[in-house]
Ligand binder design. Sequence first.
Ligand SMILES: Cc1cc2nc3c(=O)[nH]c(=O)nc-3n(C[C@H](O)[C@H](O)[C@H](O)COP(=O)(O)OP(=O)(O)OC[C@H]3O[C@@H](n4cnc5c(N)ncnc54)[C@H](O)[C@@H]3O)c2cc1C
Length: 131
Amino acid sequence: MAKVHGLQVDIVTPQEIKERYPLINVDDILGGTFIPSDGQANPSNAALSLAKGARQRGAQIFEDTLVTGFLTEGRRITGVKTAQGHIQADQVVLAPGMWGRDLAAGLNSIGIQAAGGLGRVVAARGSTGAP
Ligand SMILES: Cc1cc2nc3c(=O)[nH]c(=O)nc-3n(C[C@H](O)[C@H](O)[C@H](O)COP(=O)(O)OP(=O)(O)OC[C@H]3O[C@@H](n4cnc5c(N)ncnc54)[C@H](O)[C@@H]3O)c2cc1C
C-alpha cells in the first residue's frame, strides 16, 4: 500500500530488525518492512490536540453519546438520532470505525450503501513452517 502511494519501503532482514529494535525476538521472523518516512505520535496527545483545534473553530463534542440512527428527508441525511436526542446537521460524516456495519445498515433503506468491518489480517505459512 505504501509503495502504491510512492513511499520508500525497505525489505529488512531479521538481523536488521534486531539492530533497530534490540529487545525484539527475531527467532521466528523471516523479515519485515521498514518505511523511513514513517512518523510516530502519542495517540492521546494527538486526539486531544485535534479536539482542542476543533473546539477553537466552533465544534461541539458530545462524549458518551451513542448514535442510534439518522434523520432523513427523502434520500438526504439531515441529522443523527442519539440516545440523548436528535442533532440536525447540514452534513453527516460516518466514522464509527469497525462498528460501522450495523450503524450503516440503517442507511440501506434510503439507498445509501455503506459498510464497515474489522480489518482483515492474512497469515500465510511458508515452506519453512514459520508463520
Ligand atoms: C491494536 C491496534 C493497534 C494499532 N496501532 C496503530 C499504530 O500504531 N499506528 C496507526 O497508524 N494505526 C494503528 N492502528 C489503527 C488505528 O487505530 C485505526 O486505523 C484508527 O483508529 C481508525 O480511526 P477511525 O477514527 O476511523 O476509527 P476509530 O478510532 O475506531 O473510532 C471510531 C469511534 O466511533 C465510535 N462509535 C462507533 N459506533 C458509535 C455509535 N453508534 N455512536 C457513537 N460513537 C460510536 C467508537 O466508540 C470510536 O470511538 C491500530 C489498531 C489497533 C486495533
